[in-house]
Design a binder for this molecule. Structure first.
Ligand code: ADP
Ligand code: MG
Length: 280
């Protein structure tokens, strides 16, 4: 495997886009698995009640499983819910269960409701002997309190964009939310990473969307694009990431490349080296 740099301190990225079906979960689990494949220690926090990231990572998440719900609502330590994923020797997941669907409402009446994930993560990172290199938070498709908790816990925002018509629609709302979070709740938060997903280079439309996104977001956009590929979409039904499902497929290769790029550009991109101040 190629040489991928290890960040000095834990990088915490929230994978967000309030549109559903743009590839957030697919990107979260596959970039995480790719970084773990390179030997880095990676945690995925599944913050979507659907639990698709937990499924794809092959971790248990039935209704009795201790989950991120218990962390946010009942003050469970994150250490009590994190499971090792069979998808990698250094890959871990804090699963979600359907209970999380109620958390959006239950959080409203909680003390420090926007900071609960941040506090739990910080305590966890401070408590473990071998630090994580990366934490990815898979967000639900909304800008509610769960997503706000992710924005407050993270240092970096990672936006997957589906290379399709309407790709840019709604992004200004997301960017606006990010600036509000920066102003009021988390001044460290930076948009660092944009990845084009489900790219079909044979269509003019995909090429046009890619060009528009690169024009709008310049340096933040990864060179690597993720192709639309059957291996990627079928992997979760095997409880797998595409990295283990079919390592030589175009989907796996592109996610491995994207992960390498994320790891390397942190060293050069302004704002890309934001660190979780408590870790390391
Ligand atoms: P989100 O988390 O943003 O809702 P998902 O990651 O669940 O989006 O992706 C939506 C659907 O698209 C899923 O069925 C997923 O398997 C499929 N999908 C995602 N990326 C690709 C891809 N590169 N090629 C083919 N199908 C994909
Ligand atoms: Mg999802």
């Amino acid at each position: 495997s190629q040489d991928v740099p290890r960040p000095e301190k834990t990088r915490v990225l929230t994978v967000s886009n309030q549109k559903g079906g743009v590839g957030k979960t697919t990107t979260t689990v596959n970039v995480a698995a790719a970084l773990a494949h390179y030997g880095l220690k990676v945690l995925v926090i599944d913050l979507d009640p659907q639990g698709n990231a937990s499924t794809a990572m092959g971790v248990e998440h039935h209704s009795e499983t201790p989950s991120i719900y218990d962390v946010l609502i009942d003050d469970f330590p994150l250490a009590d819910v994190v499971q090792k994923s069979p998808e990698g020797d250094t890959l871990y997941c804090a699963p979600s269960t359907l209970h999380l669907a109620g958390a959006e409402i239950e959080l409203v009446s909680q003390v420090a409701r926007e900071h609960r994930l941040r506090t739990a993560l910080q305590d966890y990172l401070d408590s473990i002997a071998e630090p994580y290199n990366y934490v990815f938070i898979d967000c639900p498709p909304s800008l509610g309190l769960l997503t706000i908790n992710a924005f407050v816990a993270a240092n970096e925002v990672f936006i997957p964009i589906q290379a399709e018509y309407y790709a840019l629609e709604g992004l200004s709302q997301l960017l606006n939310s990010i600036s509000l979070i920066q102003k009021h709740l988390n001044p460290r938060l930076r948009l660092t990473t944009i990845l084009l997903t489900m790219y079909d280079g044979r269509t003019n439309l995909a090429q046009q969307v890619a060009a528009d996104v690169r024009q709008h977001f310049a340096d933040h956009v990864l060179e690597t694009v993720i192709p639309r590929a059957v291996r990627i979409s079928e992997a979760p039904s095997f409880g797998q990431t595409v990295i283990t499902h079919d390592p030589s497929s175009s989907g796996a290769v592109s996610y491995l490349e994207a992960a390498g790029e994320i790891a390397r550009r942190a060293l050069t991109t302004p704002g890309g080296s934001n660190e979780h101040e408590s870790a390391g």
